[in-house]
Write a protein of this length. Structure first.
Length: 415
């Protein structure tokens, strides 16, 4: 067997393979014998007809194509083993030259294989990159003011709502039916029944809450507002929205005092308010440390990616984008349809998908180079942490555990 290699962008290899008549004969014979066994002639059981008669009934073109497929399968397997290649897409075979078997002449074959290979990653100096980034690590702390704000949020979440006969004021709870339109057409998802919100804290267009101050239960408010250019719902930015709000109820809120009894009401483990504050500080500090750790890891990974060379295959990029689009559709299940269109999502998520797959490839390359393999127990722990069935999500859990191990390796000297 002779072969010629050509490397192309996107981890593509084009290999031209030539087989002599003697080399190809083995594949031809096997395909031919298999075809003979399937021949059925009148008066003979399948596979028992004389070879000369059966041979006349064999489709020689089909035999040739079967032999080519077998040859390519075995040839490419040998090449993959010799070159340490992993194919990530079905090889595409193109016959360039062939002589079909005629009489005693042995058929030869020359074909081209279009191969997509698992990409080689030429890593940047990942240890130095990690060291540099980790030196800029921020010290985190929780201020007394943050504790007070968290306590206020807890107090507000446990406020009693008391039906009010008077007019609505800022800080009251409004219950109402809300409809919204743009250019005379209803906004998808803009029809809300029995919606409740604190007046002055809603997520509607700025000025919405002000239009309801002074209104009573049973009244209806009709007004129009223009959404700002940075409004959270992008398709409504700079649009004039017509609202109709029917107020079903107005409620004042009665807040519990923040004292030892309040702390104990939240959990018997808190004997005093100080116990609650201490627990909150520890919890918030842990969350902030984890957030800072994730920020640092993201920065480390981004810099390693930028200083590494990755010849990313198109098929790998597309599969990653496909997965990300499906994940996003689930998160946006209640969003307007125009936000969930494939073309819109693919355009908006293309850069994120590119970073995701390159990040995975970089982490995998470091793990291979440093021999960082998670234990069965570590993989099991990751599955349990995410409440996943390990038998179904073993590869996913393994990948998460391995990525964690890589980051711990990069961080081990800088904690």
């Amino acid at each position: 067997m002779k072969e010629k290699h050509m490397q192309k962008p996107g981890s593509i290899r084009e290999v031209e393979i030539s087989l002599t008549g003697d080399e190809f004969e083995t594949y031809w014979k096997e395909a031919h014998e298999s075809a003979l066994e399937k021949v059925s002639l009148k008066g003979f059981r399948k596979g028992t007809a004389p070879k000369e008669l059966a041979d006349q009934a064999v489709d020689k073109d089909a035999v040739f194509h079967t032999a080519v497929e077998a040859a390519a399968r075995i040839n490419l397997k040998e090449l993959a083993e010799e070159n340490n290649w992993t194919f990530i897409d079905t090889p595409k075979i193109e016959v360039l030259e062939a002589t079909k078997k005629t009489g005693k002449e042995k058929p030869g074959l020359r074909y081209k294989a279009h191969l997509t290979i698992f990409p080689e990653v030429i890593l940047g100096e990942y240890k130095k990159i990690a060291e540099k980034v980790l030196k800029s690590k921020k010290e985190v702390s929780i201020s007394d003011e943050e504790i007070e704000k968290s306590l206020a949020w807890l107090r507000d979440s446990r406020a009693k709502q008391i039906l009010k006969n008077g007019t609505a004021e800022r800080g009251d709870v409004i219950e109402g039916d809300i409809s919204s339109m743009v250019d005379g057409k209803a906004i998808t998802g803009g029809d809300l029944k029995g919606d409740t919100f604190v007046l002055g804290q809603s997520r509607f267009v700025p000025g919405f809450d002000d239009m309801l101050i002074g209104k009573k239960a049973g009244e209806e408010a009709t007004f129009s507002l223009t959404a700002p250019n940075d409004y959270w719902q992008k398709d409504l930015q700079n649009k004039e929205i017509a609202f109709t709000v029917y107020i079903k109820g107005v409620y004042t809120r009665e807040f519990p005092p923040i004292d030892d009894a309040f702390a104990n009401m939240l959990s018997p483990q808190f004997k005093t308010l100080d116990d609650l504050k201490k627990n909150m500080r520890e919890g918030l500090l842990f969350e902030r440390k984890e957030k800072e750790k994730e920020r640092m890891r993201g920065e480390i990974l981004e810099k390693i990616i930028s200083e590494s060379k990755i010849d990313l295959p198109e098929v790998m990029a597309e599969k990653t984008l496909d997965a990300l689009v499906e994940e996003t559709k689930i998160l946006l299940k209640d969003a307007p349809e125009n936000m969930k269109e494939d073309t819109v999502l693919r355009k908006n998520l293309a850069e994120k998908a590119d970073k995701r797959i390159k990040g995975q490839l970089v982490l995998y390359a470091i793990a291979q180079k440093e021999a960082l393999e998670p234990t069965e127990e570590e993989v099991k722990e990751e599955a349990q942490r995410r409440n996943l069935d390990q038998t179904q999500y073993d590869d996913y859990s393994y990948g998460i555990a391995q990525h964690k191990k890589v980051f711990e390796f990069l961080e081990q000297n800088y904690e």
